[in-house]
Design a protein around this ligand. Sequence first.
Ligand code: NAD
Ligand code: ZN
Length: 376
Amino acid sequence: MSQTISKSLMGGEDVSVLTVHTARPYDILVGTGLLDRAGEFSRQVNGGSRALIVTDSHVGPLYARRVARSLEAAGYRTGEFPFPAGERSKRLATVEDIYAALAAGGFTRADLIVALGGGVTGDMAGYAAATWLRGIDFVQIPTSLLAQVDSSVGGKTGVDIPQGKNLVGVFWQPVRVLVDMETLDTLPVEFIRDGLGEIVKYACIAPCLCEGEPLFGRLERGDALAPEKRRETILACIDCKRGIVERDEREAGERKLLNFGHTLGHALEKYYDYTGVTHGCAVAVGMAVLTAASERAGLTAPGTAARLAALLGRLGLPCADAASPSDYLAAAALDKKRAGDGIDLVLLREIGSAFVRRYPLAELEGFVLGEGNAAE
Ligand SMILES: NC(=O)c1ccc[n+]([C@@H]2O[C@H](COP(=O)([O-])OP(=O)(O)OC[C@H]3O[C@@H](n4cnc5c(N)ncnc54)[C@H](O)[C@@H]3O)[C@@H](O)[C@H]2O)c1
Ligand SMILES: [Zn+2]
């Protein structure tokens, strides 16, 4: 990782820079005080004259003014598009309103969208950027832990429709990502926990190293997000996703590993109509239930499920839900990872190593519930 991260003293601030080598490469900057330098860092990669800050009703009042001031100092005319916080806003109707704001502001191909907020903001603002005039630049300023370690990396943008989550979308890479760790200080604890769900995912699927130590072990010690450790933890996660995305930008193979816990997690989210359970908690349940099933089927090293469950518990994440898997698995049939009558499941060989296995839909429930030995 040390080869891919350069720490540079940019104007006195210590900023870590990680380059994502996708078809259109871009830098992810991690540090503190980056909100006040959004203009300068955007200007380095975009020559437009207007910037629309898309932000939600929680994040906007906290941070939009600072970002706007910085963009204005860098010569941008700014506008703000605030929307009601929450997954329910991540839909086409809101994107249409963003288009209206872009049209009213006279945004051209050269101009910029700035996504300031969590994963909902990034996914939706990114989708608007990808489609406005067939694609304009956007800068991500992820403010939730989940967005900083996951959704702002890799260029997946999109929205939900009533039939399912993230069913409409497009790959569109940002021109820059600014991770200001200070924004985590205002993030409610339940959303910190949500981000931890994705961090556990990385620690499970790849041999993620964090300052030379496996990330899973650091999480077990309980200090991964301590102020003096969080930069390295966040960088380890970004670096893990960056590597996978670089090798498989369009999810033909390895990138599927990032869906560990997500097939069941999405089913659970849908079962509760996207309101009863948060994304990270749903993914935690998905990881735990699936790993217990694959261990029962002899596909995962003995003891893995217990170790995972213990870590999830220690982090305040659930391992099970009141609803039984057979209740929410019906919803999985619509998951977009489904191919024909089969469904790709990401399973662990052991902590730090994962693989993809396709199951006929008809066998999914039996496998998860451990009936017979559907895995073989
Ligand atoms: N594109 C991808 O690759 C990808 C990957 C994972 C998840 N996602 C998507 O991300 C979304 C979930 O992301 P999320 O959990 O960030 O949701 P979110 O954007 O709704 O943010 C969670 C909550 O935290 C608030 N918040 C965010 N930053 C804050 C801050 N600094 N201070 C105070 N409050 C703050 C938000 O207002 C919101 O209420 C889902 O829609 C999911 O589908 C996308
Ligand atoms: Zn996720």
